[in-house]
Design a protein around this ligand. Structure first.
Ligand SMILES: [Zn+2]
Length: 161
């Protein structure tokens, strides 16, 4: 008998986004993204972090204070990193992300040709950024799919014998 309790494709790719988020050094918000083509092949992956050459020891992760002393001007969101990390055309792909994309990432998603956004949390739905994001994504005909649960990924290490 084959196993019947396997992860669905959506669970599998969202789990991958969560695994990627575990690379983020942001002390407050870890977001991961996975981009998948219509053949169920992973074509890219990313998490929120600073640009290449901008080291975590030199740039701030603060959320409050003078703008240039916070993370906001420097951090690259998971979705944008996944788009920029791709070495292939993203036309027709789906992006899996734990949190609904912001308006800046929405622009990159649309321009990259991604046609479907699968997300878990929409906790910033009432913010101007998310309202603008949805307005653009809907106008561009990008499908928005919220999965009704959150994948909880636990990674543990055991010493090899
Ligand atoms: Zn974003």
């Amino acid at each position: 008998m084959k196993r019947s309790d396997v992860l669905t494709w959506d669970e599998y790719f969202m789990g991958l986004a969560h695994l990627s988020a575990k690379r983020s050094k942001d002390p407050n918000t870890q977001v991961g993204a996975a981009i998948v083509n219509d053949q169920h092949k992973v074509v890219s992956i990313g998490y929120n972090g600073f640009p290449n050459g901008c080291h975590d020891d030199d740039f701030p992760w603060e959320r409050e204070g003078d703008f240039c002393a916070t993370k906001y001007p420097y951090v690259v969101h998971a979705e944008l990193n996944a788009i920029l990390n791709s070495s292939t055309n993203l036309q027709g792909c789906s992006i899996y992300v734990s949190l609904f994309p912001c308006n800046e990432c929405a622009k990159a998603i649309i321009q990259s040709g991604i046609r479907r956004v699968v997300y878990e949390s929409d906790k910033y739905a009432d913010t101007d950024g998310t309202i603008a994001s949805k307005r653009m994504l809907k106008a561009a005909g990008v499908e928005l799919v919220q999965i009704p649960y959150t994948i909880d990924l636990q990674v543990s290490k055991k010493e090899n014998k």
